[in-house]
Ligand binder design. Structure first.
Ligand code: UGY
Ligand code: MN
Length: 266
């Protein structure tokens, strides 16, 4: 198995960890203590499962270090699943069905159900990626499609009209998609305008900086490398703290679908 940060043995500090798990509501995972998982199909990769249904999420998030010549050539994504691959660091090629694309840091590929995602790191350097999978919720008359892009080449948009909070959206505004992915970036001192309360879930990986995050009315310090799961109706908002870098995270959000009621006869 092994540990994601490759640190084992005695620490100079008392036993201490910032992670907080409130299954069904939220989870903050700091890197220390997270394990590497053996997942069939991922070769020469260190895979850590972050958010998952066991935490109450309708999706699974993964942090993957892809060593030189690391790959998934069997294809990520099973029947009925949509997947996202977001490259945090490094360079590699991804396959979306029949097509191959070169990604550098900030690049991403979204595959709808029926299109598997492949990757192979031939760069000679390690690469780091954030992966997502979820059961796609179909909508009559529309079909989602492959989207490949580069967030570093995208323009920032002001988030809710605020000068110091900026956002990038990965997928087009199209009812065919039942989720979207975003990078939200707060300059030091910036914050959400209000505490959000919504039915949608998020899985967020912190890309830079530091913040104070309100999760279900608990204020928690967070920083680059942390992962946050926010469940349905989890109160959520943050202030960016720190001096130099913006506090930024990549995150998923379900959208464009009504709530389905369970069948009382079952
Ligand atoms: O899109 C969102 O709901 C986003 N503003 N949530 C968040 O940053 N926690
Ligand atoms: Mn939100």
């Amino acid at each position: 198995m092994g540990y994601q940060n490759n640190v084992v043995g005695y620490r100079p500090e008392l036993l201490h960890n910032r992670s907080v798990i409130k299954a069904g509501m939220f989870a903050l995972l700091e890197p220390d203590g997270l394990v590497k998982n053996m997942i069939p199909g991922f070769e020469n990769c260190d895979v850590t499962i972050l958010g998952s249904p066991k935490l109450g999420a309708s999706f699974v998030d993964y942090l993957v270090t892809i060593h030189p010549e690391g790959s998934n050539l069997k294809g990520f994504g099973a029947d009925g699943e949509e997947v996202l691959f977001f490259l945090i660091e490094g360079a590699l090629s991804v396959g979306t069905g029949e097509k191959t694309h070169s990604l550098s840091s900030g690049g991403f590929a979204y595959c709808p159900p029926g299109v598997k995602l492949y990757f192979h790191n031939r760069s000679g350097q390690p690469a780091k990626a954030f992966l997502y999978k979820r059961r796609y919720v179909p909508l009559e008359g529309v079909a989602p499609y492959v989207v490949v892009g580069d967030t570093e080449a995208m323009e920032w948009t002001k988030y809710e009209g605020m000068e110091d909070v900026l956002i990038k959206d990965f997928l087009p505004k199209d009812l065919a998609f039942d989720c979207n992915f975003h990078i939200l970036s707060f300059k030091p001192g910036a914050s959400h305008g209000y505490i959000e309360t919504h039915v949608q879930e998020h899985g967020a990986y912190c890309l830079s900086g530091q913040g104070m995050y309100n999760l279900d009315n608990q204020w928690l310090p967070v920083k680059k490398g942390d992962y946050i799961f926010m469940g349905a109706y989890c109160l959520q908002a943050c202030y960016a703290v720190g001096r130099d870098e913006p506090f930024a995270y990549v995150y998923s959000k379900d959208c464009n679908r009504d709530v389905v009621l369970s069948d009382p006869s079952r």
